[in-house]
Design a protein around this ligand. Sequence first.
Ligand code: NAD
Length: 427
Amino acid sequence: MTPRRNEHRDNPEYFTPIYKMALAQFEQAADKLSLDPNLRKRFTDPKRAIMVNIPIRLDDASVEVFHGYRVHHDTTLGPSKGGIRFHPDVNLGEVSALAMWMTWKCALMGLPFGGAKGGVRCDPHALSRNELQRLTRRFTAEIIRFIGPEMDVPAPDIGTNEQIMAWMMDTYSQFKGYSIPGIVTGKPINIGGSLGRTEATGRGVVFCIMEAMRHLKMTPEGKKIVIQGFGNVGANTAQIIDEEGCQVIAVSDVKSGIYNPNGLDIIALRAHVEKTQFVEGFTESEPIGNKDLLELTCDVLVPAALSEQITRDNAERISCKILAEAANGPTTLAADKILQDRGLFLIPDILANAGGVTVSYFEWVQGLQNFFWKEQEINERLREIVCSAFNNVLQLSLTEKVDMRLAALMLSVQKIAKAKLARGLFP
Ligand code: NAD
């Protein structure tokens, strides 16, 4: 007999530690909001998830098959939106958790999007440019029925960049027979990308940190910043916060970290990374391991690399006043509780790193209208949206006496719950 109720929620494909973490965060918000159980069920599993095999010919003429995913968590507010990750750890649970976080993030920023995420399990550094191009194009072809400017709009994430977006846009356009820039965001400016998109996530992180400093009555001048990860988000955060008068004293990447208690020269460091790919070997700095870097005494710690970096094991030793989650899911549930008890001010990922999807929204709108905005206009609109979301979250956290993550989730979940109720349940 077919069960009337879904009692098989232990599907191991989804229920990885990171998906359980995303779900537990949602459930805290749902409990606090006393969310109707009928609505609650509709948020816990993604709307749809697609898994594809991607065969490509490698440069040595052999064929390799990679695994790819695209997950749409929710589309109540509009087309789904979310990045594509190329990384060896990509799996259905991770992509589903990231898609759920995108749903909350878009709602929190007031964007007309639902949440999605995608990824291919591969090591992009081990593939040649041609292999990467074939992988991107075949992946796009395999998921083509599930993406589109009105349906689901990919963007870059870890291991992907504007070149990958250009290949996705070209593949999609070749299938349709005409150019469709609105299919992806984070693409190069010369094919319809937006000014300010590359720096947007870092810029949003810095807007949030400045608002947090204002709330905590701190001034930016000379404040010590530590950043884990020196890719798109980490490097842009470093440069923009340096321009605000702060001192970035340590950064790291997948290989190693560097430290200078008097502050790193970020422009010179970016030039060094441009040339050598890694932060290692930068002059006027000493090496530091990733573990020690996270525990450095500083004013602001910015995890801008992978998830689950601040855990039960190191949360007691995290020594900052503000923790700005530029990465998605860098703090585990157990660590969250410890940091909260210790009184650290945490800016949650769905708020801290939402600058990227906000300028992606601007890019999508500009693409649909074929009317392009000036960079200053983009940065100003970004500031307005990020700062207003920050202050909405802060106000709710103060009135409800909950931490910033729970406040942010409550605002998002409530917004989508209301929209679901207004739309009703089909059929
Ligand atoms: P990226 O690939 O450009 O950079 C990732 C950086 O992290 C690299 O410097 C890499 O060397 C480093 N790294 C990888 N593994 C590491 C490890 N174990 N320890 C220390 N460093 C490590 O990716 P990105 O776009 O900068 O994304 C970083 C994070 O920000 C991710 O969690 C991503 O989901 C999140 N994010 C990105 C955007 C965006 O617009 N790109 C938007 C929102 C959130």
